[in-house]
Design a protein around this ligand. Structure first.
Ligand code: FE2
Length: 379
């Protein structure tokens, strides 16, 4: 199915997705980092995340320190090892900073584990209960691509600030939020010819349905190519596009990612806003760097997407991209990698009806990425 059919097909897909695994939404995203204390400062300062919870030596956690930050419905956990024996070191050594856990909010963690492992999911955490004075959290987990994990979090009987073991983190330093609302989608990069395997995993093990597929004809420039399929759960709250490299004259950005991440992993996290112009202005003023789109893109974009509510000028000034499908349009922009390794980045997206992923922008976008690859000498 091509993107153009996406919106029309969405309802059908939602019915096709199986409901043996009802998922309520993204619970949190845990990123293993070299220095969580400093990374937390970056997520606060640059992205406007608010301090929420902390665990570390002061709370009896002896092998790691974790800072939990939140903006509306987006929760990010930054974790660093406290000693050289910690397994977290291995993850950082192999991948640099990177997403370790995509935690999903569920009604029943034990059932989620049973349903997924009985369908071939590989367990990484058998159902367990953790508790403190604020109640009990049940959780379980399975492996997904690379060294990434899915945790199922059941928190209906818990009233604490985050999870048992965490205390409230309430520093005086709190730069304002920037209007980021929720996780729109989380994209995984996998190796050559592995896309179908992982899409099948999401279909078979997690009951997801394929929302849309892009082949190398959709996503190629003069030099590079990639392929992508978008998997969605039944209620559409969880969308996981999966990318793999495709043959081109030069090295695909996906291959570059796999080289530097040393395997499959999370490529980008798309965060939703209700006002992309204000959000991106603020992100830029806080030092976040975005891919630069050539001014020529804006000469013809309205011929392609038709009328939009926003003035074109601020979109052009900020480098925000526009695309349209049958149900409406969307505005999106991509940060440069947020690490020294060219691996993870963020997308900021505002949907105005459109349910698709910006296919009309792929060429301009990937040419912008190629220019960056050229500067890195990895094209
Ligand atoms: Fe995206």
């Amino acid at each position: 199915m091509k993107k153009d059919d996406t919106s029309l097909e969405l309802e059908k897909i939602v019915l096709q997705a199986e409901d043996f695994l009802p998922l309520l939404g993204t619970d949190y995203i845990e990123i293993y980092v070299g220095n969580a204390k400093q990374a937390a400062h970056y997520y606060q300062t640059a992205f406007g995340f608010q301090p929420l919870a902390y665990a570390g030596l002061e709370t009896g956690m002896t092998d790691r320190a974790s800072y939990v930050l939140r903006q509306e419905k987006i929760t990010i956990v930054l974790t660093s090892p406290l000693n050289s024996d910690s397994v977290i070191n291995e993850h950082i050594k192999n991948h640099g900073d990177g997403v370790k856990v995509l935690a999903i909010w569920v009604d029943d963690a034990a059932k989620s584990w049973k349903e997924t492992t009985s369908r071939g999911g590989k367990s990484c955490l058998e159902p367990e209960e953790i508790n403190d004075a604020h109640g009990v959290v049940k959780r379980s987990g399975i492996h997904t691509y690379g060294e990434t994990l899915h945790y199922f979090i059941e928190r209906k009987n818990y009233s604490g600030v985050f999870l048992p073991g965490y205390i409230e983190w309430n520093p005086a330093y709190k730069p304002a939020s920037l209007g980021l609302k929720f996780v729109d989608h989380i994209v995984g990069n996998v190796g050559w010819n592995e896309m179908d395997k992982w899409c099948e995993f999401y279909a078979k093990v997690m009951g997801f349905a394929q929302l849309v597929s892009f082949d190398d004809k959709d996503i190629s420039t003069e030099y590079t190519a990639l392929m992508s399929k978008v998997m969605s759960n039944g209620n559409g709250r969880i969308k996981f596009p999966i990318n793999e490299p495709a043959e081109g004259r030069k090295k695909s950005q996906i291959e570059e990612y796999i080289d530097f991440y040393n395997g499959a992993g999370v490529q980008h996290i798309a965060l939703s806003t209700d006002n992309i112009i204000e959000t991106v202005k603020a992100l830029k003023s806080r030092g976040v760097e975005f891919l630069i789109i050539p001014a020529i893109y804006y000469d013809t974009v309205l011929d392609r997407v038709g009328e939009i509510d926003e003035d074109l000028e601020p979109l052009k000034e900020l480098g925000i991209l526009i695309d349209r499908d049958e149900e409406g349009y969307l505005l999106q922009i991509f940060t440069k990698p947020i690490l020294d390794r060219p691996t993870m980045f963020f997308e900021i997206i505002q949907r105005k009806g459109a349910q698709s992923f910006g296919k009309g922008n792929f060429k301009a976008l990937f040419e912008a990425i190629e220019r960056e690859q050229g500067l890195r000498g990895t094209l």
